[in-house]
Design a protein around this ligand. Sequence first.
Ligand code: MLT
Length: 258
Amino acid sequence: MKPTLSVYALPRYVEPEELAGTTAVVIDVLRATTTIAYALEAGADEIIPCLEVSDALTLAEQFSADEIVLGGEREGVAIDGFQLGNSPEEYSPDRVGGKTVLLTTTNGTRAMVHARRADEVLVAAFVDASAVVAKLLDREKISILCAGTDGRISEDDVLLAGMLVDQIHRRGGMVYQQNAQAITAREFWLNSFALPQALGVEPLHADHLADELRKSFGARNLIALGFDDDILAAAQIDRFDMAPRLDTTTFRIRKAEG
Ligand code: MLT
C-alpha cells in the first residue's frame, strides 16, 4: 500500500479512531505547540496537556508544589491561580527548569487529546519544524492535525502544515498518497513566500514569516491582547533542534529520543 500523508485543517475533520495506526503531528503555532517547544528547551522535564482547568488543578494535587508549574490560557490570558500564561518566552529556565508543566489551552491541548489514539504523536511548531520532519521521513502513515482557533481554521497552522508536507516530500524518499487538504496546505505555503524562501534555498526571516502569521485568524486575538511579541517568537524557524513527542500512554510530552 502507498504511504499516506494527510492534513486536517481542524480536529473535527478526522475522527480520533481514524488516527489509529498513524503518526499524528499536532500543530497550534499560536501558541500552544510553540510554547511547548520553548518550555522543553528551557529545561522543563515534561509537559502534561490538560483538557480543562479543573483537570490541571486536580492533577497538581499529586505533586509537591516545587515539582510543577501550572500554565496556559483561557481567552488568551493567564488563568487565575496559574503561574504562567501561554507566551512562549515566559517559559524560561529559572521558571520551568527541571519541572513538570501542567498546560491547559483552549485549542492546542484539545487537539492533542483528539490525537490520543494515534500510534505516535509529535508536537510541531515553526521553531522545531526541521527536527519534527526528520522524525517523519520513514513514517508511512502521517496525519497532520491543525488545532485551529475556536473551531475555525487558522492560517498559521495551515502554513506550517504546508511547510511540513513540502519538506517531507523534498527530504524524504517516499511517494505519498495525499488528501486534498495536504495538497492545498502545501500550495498555500509555496504561494505565501518567494519560491526560494518557501523551498528553503534562501533563508526565510522571522520578521517576514511573522507578517504572514499576523494575517491569521489565530493572531487577531493575540494582537488585540498585546501579545505581538509571541508571534515573532513563533516565527523563529528551526530555533530548536529537537522534536517534542507526546507519549500516548502516560500523556506526557518530552523531547523525542532517537
Ligand atoms: C490555544 O491552545 O488555544 C492557543 O494556543 C491560544 C492562545 O495561545 O491564546
